[in-house]
Design a protein around this ligand. Sequence first.
Ligand code: NAD
Length: 474
Amino acid sequence: MPKTYPNLIDGELVETAATMEVLNPANEEVIGLVPSCGEAELDRAVAAARRAFKTWSKTPIEERRAVIQKMAKVISDNHEELYRLLTSEQGKPHEQAKGEIMGAAYMAGSQATLALDDVINEDSAARLSRTRRVPVGVVGGIVPWNFPVMMAMQKIAPAMLSGCTIVLKPSPFTPLATLRIAELIKDVAPAGVVNIITGEDSLGPLITGHPDIDKITFTGSTATGKKIMEGASKDLKRITLELGGNDASIVLPDADVSKVAEQLFWSSFSNAGQICVAAKRVYIHEDIYDEMSQAIADYARTVKVGDGSEQGTGVGPIQNKKQFDRVCELIEDAKDNGYKFLVGGDVDPSGSGYYVPITIIDNPPEDARIVAEEQFGPVMPLMKFSTEAEVIERANNSDYGLAGAVWTGDPEKGVRIAEQLETGTVWVNEYLHLSPFAPFGGHKQSGFGAEYGLEGLKEFTYAQVITVKKDALV
Ligand code: NAD
């Protein structure tokens, strides 16, 4: 019988009669059971968060900061157990799972150092006007399956620092490491400040529609993001949405093939391509296209696809069957249209586990599905371009606007191009670097608002302006 991982509600570990199974995507075996919560458990968690808010919102920020940092320490102290559990539910290789756990602890601890100082708007003979930030209240956090622990902590930490309390729902596919963290931090945060409840997708709309939740912070697909915005409109809940992307990388003719090829590979294939900011369309200048594409393909052939818990695995399985089917469909579409495959393309249907081979497609047309859609899997389309103006237009020709990258021997030129890309983040000569102190968010249909940095923290607060007339008659 697999182990049951309880929820955390009001400082207590809670189980429900109804449970959900969690699978290991490397072999499709059941590795854990988690509660299947409905309205009753949600109400209980929200009521606890509401009660805790009264005290937590008045607790000095230094004390709140210390609690978050203690939580971050608990996570890093237990990283070995947590990253193994994360690999078993999410699929990513151990090294990458360790990176996620340690990264989540680092980002949470660092975010906790941010301050929400008052701002003086006017200090004249006539009046003193000051803006202060007040917490919005009870937050509903909804998390996807690609970086479950990182995403959970990037919602929990700023919510707590701002003085909010939170009810967090992990993805039904990947709740285990988050629930193990819930057990570990049970006595670190005061009861009701952090509540973690699991349920099917149907629990999501109950959170969005709950009358006693004041804000939703969501990471997931654009389609679900739109539903959340609609649901939140009923009582004008505050929302932060981190959604999908179809991120373009642009490789200029002066890029050093020997240095860039391997980095380009990992910018697409880390976490089996299941990263919102992964390089999903790679445009390479025609002068170096053949050399660069060969170098990427040669490197790709050295990378092992397999169970993330096995030594030497670089690319693990796709996290779930639905996503596996979608990626397979995009590969089939590329085959049906006669596109050329530099590497991979043949999915082995026998055996267990959701494995897709590393697949690189050679110069498909711009309207190919694998170029126009977010693949979220280990399939990389490489395209040729001729001029800067052309590639900028092609990169921007998307409803998404999450991230992008420019690879060049001339960083100034890289920045000039970066400034013309319609995305929230652009990297020049690196990839996937996020800072706890810089806002991360999407333009266009990639999101609404931001996470991280002061901008991200402020999303958990309202501005309140207090104006005192100094020469008033009393
Ligand atoms: P998803 O939208 O299917 O699910 C995300 C979460 O929303 C899950 O917890 C799910 O149970 C819940 N949910 C489902 N339906 C809901 C509803 N109607 N109302 C409220 N909640 C609901 O996304 P996913 O498949 O888990 O994740 C993949 C997507 O997430 C990709 O598109 C990816 O680009 C995006 N993503 C974005 C970022 C970012 O920071 N911008 C980061 C990671 C992933």
